[in-house]
Design a protein around this ligand. Structure first.
Ligand SMILES: Nc1ncnc2c1ncn2[C@@H]1O[C@H](COP(=O)(O)OP(=O)(O)OP(=O)(O)O)[C@@H](O)[C@H]1O
Ligand SMILES: [Mg+2]
Length: 457
């Protein structure tokens, strides 16, 4: 008997006008993007003015939502049923461009150019660990500030760990706040104002050593970058803090997505604990790609036993059939030998008929009797063959069913382990669809399952 947990009721959450932000988190590949997109479609078709911020959606899914360009602004999704008064916009996060936007917004034109052209900035903005997470939060803050949507659904980056999403902004902050940077910034602080000019005095003490290590050109780049970032730094911090507060606000709901596998659920458990520690509101857990069976009254053990019995029976029937066939063939040969004497027919021809069990002697007259006998034998044999074949196929099917039931049982045990640690967390199971989810109909199917209506799909 599996452990029970409260049911995660998606529709009331989507319908509640107080729900303003839904964040879909989880470890890599569990279905965060799919869940976010499916929630977007469902919310819109239930009347919400929704926007979904996706990160790295699979190409076909992106295309089906009209996301063919990375232009960093939400576009309306075509094909949404708007009869309930809702709509759906969607965008893919362009991390680099979001970073650039932040730079431009927070500095004057000259400084912005200096930063954007700086090689350190270019590598930082494209590849620094956590930048994508930070930029997702940044974009969320922007969308919220725009106030054009009453529900924002956020997908999170494909990090290995769900916790990265919450850790990244701090990590980026502590990088900007770090020892190395403090060291480089110290002269500027002494100078009282941030700027390239004032860096020079204090810097010159270190420059000799550092430029030997790093090369003079590189050092200059770092200094330019750091001093330029310094003016924005306050902005970064303030914004990261503001977004963090947004995530703690009552209108925000976190959904943790997990596959029914040990690692994903262990990760989900950490995340649930972390959200609690951060005062971030958890709506529940989506257990995605769960396997079920319409015939779950037949256990794996019984299915396997039945498969073995059938296979044994089929093998026996086959042996019997082979023995019968050999005996029949011998009889038939004798009989035909007698007939040949009577009618002077060609023996080879008859043997061939027997051998294939199909050909009918085309010559008129004798053919009538001969073929009537052959068809009877042939029917008996094909009947036997067919039965053996059916038995083998049935056995194969039973074995498949047994495997499926073993997967179901394993998933249930994994799920139970999570529930025993977090019995308070509401959950919903989303069964695995037969193929990938890459169009609006697929998203609607996921939406139905999210709403706990698998039978209607
Ligand atoms: N319930 C489901 N049934 C069938 N396929 C699914 C289901 N959920 C997700 N998928 C498929 O699994 C793949 C991974 O899903 P998705 O991209 O949503 O995961 P993700 O958590 O966003 O991954 P990443 O961490 O890489 O961003 C996709 O091909 C998607 O179509
Ligand atoms: Mg994804």
């Amino acid at each position: 008997m599996s452990l029970e947990s409260p049911v995660l009721d998606i529709d009331p959450l989507l319908d509640d006008p107080k729900t303003r932000i839904i964040v879909c988190c989880g470890s890599g590949g569990v279905g965060k993007t799919t869940t976010a997109a499916a929630l977007g479609v469902r919310a819109a078709e239930r009347g919400r003015t929704a926007v979904v911020l996706t990160i790295d959606p699979a190409r076909r899914l992106a295309q089906s939502m009209g996301l063919t360009e990375l232009d960093n602004t939400p576009r309306e999704v075509a094909g949404i049923d708007r009869s309930a008064g809702g709509s759906l916009h969607a965008m893919m996060l362009d991390m680099k461009r979001t970073f650039d936007e932040v730079v431009v917004q927070h500095s004057d034109a000259e400084r912005a150019r200096a930063i954007l052209e700086n090689p350190f900035y270019q590598s930082l903005s494209a590849g620094f660990a956590g930048t994508q997470e930070y930029m997702a939060m940044e974009k969320l803050g922007q969308l919220r500030a725009q106030d054009a949507w009453d529900l924002i659904i956020v997908d999170t980056p494909p990090s290995r760990s769900a916790l990265d999403f919450l850790d990244a902004p701090k990590r980026l902050g502590s990088f900007l706040d770090g020892r190395f940077i403090k060291l480089l910034m110290a002269p500027a602080k002494v100078g009282g104002r941030a700027g390239v000019k004032v860096l020079n005095i204090g810097m010159s003490m270190m420059t000799g050593t550092l430029s030997k290590v790093m090369g003079a050109g590189l050092l200059r780049d770092v200094q330019t970058f750091i001093s330029a970032m310094d003016t924005m730094f306050g902005g970064f911090r303030t914004r990261a803090d503001a977004t963090y507060r947004l995530l703690q606000a009552p209108g925000t709901a976190f959904l943790v997505v997990a596959a029914p596998e040990r690692d994903a659920l262990r990760e989900a458990a950490y995340f649930v604990e972390r959200l609690a520690a951060e005062d971030m509101p958890l709506a529940g857990l989506v257990l995605n790609r769960v396997h079920g069976s319409g015939a779950d009254r037949l256990t794996a053990e019984r299915a396997l036993a039945a498969a073995e019995a059938l296979e044994d029976a089929a093998a026996e029937a086959l042996e019997d059939a082979a023995a019968d066939a050999a005996a029949e063939a011998a009889d038939a040969l004798d009989e035909d030998g007698a007939r040949d004497e009577d009618h002077g027919r060609d023996e080879g021809d008859t043997a061939e008929n027997l051998g294939t069990g199909r050909m009918v002697d085309p010559s008129p007259g004798n053919a009538v009797r001969g073929s009537a006998d052959g068809t009877q034998e042939h029917q008996d044999r094909t009947e036997g063959d067919r039965q053996a074949r059916t038995e083998r196929l049935t056995a194969g099917l039973l074995r498949l069913h047994a495997e499926r039931m073993q997967v179901v049982a394993r998933e249930r045990r994994t799920r139970d382990r999570f529930v025993s640690v977090h019995p308070e967390v509401p959950m919903v199971d989303v069964t695995a669809l037969p193929g990938d989810v890459h169009d609006l109909d697929g998203l609607r199917m996921i939406g139905l399952r999210l709403a706990g209506q698998p039978a209607a799909a």
